[in-house]
Design a protein around this ligand. Sequence first.
Ligand SMILES: [Fe+2]
Ligand SMILES: [Fe+2]
Length: 152
Amino acid sequence: MVEQTILSFFEKDHRRLDALFERFQELKHDNFTEGEQFFKEFKYGLQKHILWEEELLFPLFEKKSGISSGPTEVMRQEHLSILRVLRKIAEKVDLNDFSTDGEEKELFEILSRHNLKEENALYPMIESSASLEEKKEVFKKMEAFSEERYRY
Ligand SMILES: [Fe+2]
Ligand SMILES: [Fe+2]
């Protein structure tokens, strides 16, 4: 992950996850099995992304800004809503029930607003205030997350 910035890496991960979710939406009615695979990749990826943020990025933001409630607290609350809707979709998909349009719309709305806030405020703040060492440490720790923590 040389030359990678926190801002660009996490923005790219948002786009990657959006694309997986869109593939699921496109495929779910025509190719059930493939649709489900895309949903799983999306779900695991999003759960991992959220863990990275809550355990590495948000603490770094809190340390650099001196603000431990407020922005990160709002982001953590939104993660709970995101994970709640994600679970609702997963429960249906597990039963081969793809009548998830309503939940998908809800998830898309929360997630797009949430991602924008991170991209416009939180990530740039971390990018500009954290040292190169601190950023390297984040990337190093990101690779050390065990799969069972997010592949569920
Ligand atoms: Fe987030
Ligand atoms: Fe994010």
